[in-house]
Design a protein around this ligand. Structure first.
Ligand code: CTP
Ligand code: CA
Length: 226
């Protein structure tokens, strides 16, 4: 890679990155999930290692991806497990980046045996309960002093307006906003985004490799580290 490979501006820093998508089980063989591939989070991990950081990657269902060299990888399944792993790693972290697609809801009940259909009955509705909001919780509590917290948001409409209000609602320092579309975001090799800062800044990153967006995020993070 280019000049960033020589850049050690994250040396001595512990960064925690969540990646992938959580799955919320209904029974032993079924789950509610989402389309996150984990590729952007893995690009963040690789670029942070290259810039000298100690990296903890909390990976939710990224089985198609190889663990990035030089990162500590914690594999998790559900949103509740992801929260536990992120909070544990965040205790001494300088930076937390929530790139994972965390399920907003989980089934209210888990059925121990496989759910069977019955010829004479319509299916029971799936009841849902809220999952904890990990990004909002970390942003409010800041487990370590001076910690920089970054969120991600995929939006289909009114991208910047929704992004601004989400940044305020979550309480993080930076929000990377993706417009979800054909070539963009989920499962693709490239990404295009706008990074919104609490200081009112908007940093547009043109379509390119997910590493380019990752390096822009680290540039903005480094500017905020004391
Ligand atoms: N996030 C989280 N915990 C959740 C849901 C989301 O930590 N239970 C984090 C994601 O990792 C991401 C950010 O919050 O960094 C924004 O996720 P998003 O789904 O866009 O935000 P929501 O507040 O869930 O809003 P929406 O209703 O648009 O899904
Ligand atoms: Ca959500």
């Amino acid at each position: 890679r280019g000049p960033q490979a020589l850049n050690q501006d994250l040396a001595g820093r512990h960064v925690v990155i969540s990646a992938g998508g959580t799955r919320e089980p209904l029974d032993p063989v079924r789950y509610l999930g989402n389309r996150s591939s984990g590729k952007q989070g893995y690009a963040l991990a690789r670029t942070a290692v290259a810039r000298g950081a100690r990296v903890t990657l909390v990976a939710a269902h990224t089985d198609a991806l190889a663990d990035p060299a030089g990162a500590d990888v914690v594999h998790v399944g559900t949103a509740v497990q992801l929260r536990e792993a992120v909070l544990k790693a965040a205790a001494d972290a300088d930076v937390v980046v929530m790139a994972a697609a965390v399920a907003d809801f989980r089934p209210a009940r888990y059925t121990e045996g496989k759910i069977k259909k019955k010829d004479d009955q319509e299916p029971a509705p799936v009841g849902l309960v809220r999952n904890p909001d990990v990004l909002a919780e970390i942003s409010a509590d800041r487990p370590a002093p001076g910690q920089v917290v970054v969120g991600f948001a995929a939006e289909t409409d009114d991208v910047l307006v929704n992004g601004r209000s989400k940044l305020a609602r979550k309480g993080c320092d930076l929000l990377v906003v993706n417009e979800v579309g054909d070539r963009k975001a989920f499962g693709t090799e490239g990404n295009e985004a706008v990074v919104l800062g609490t200081d009112g800044t908007e940093t547009a990153v043109p379509f390119g490799p997910k590493e380019d967006l990752a390096d822009t995020v680290w540039d903005l993070v480094v500017g905020r580290l004391a």
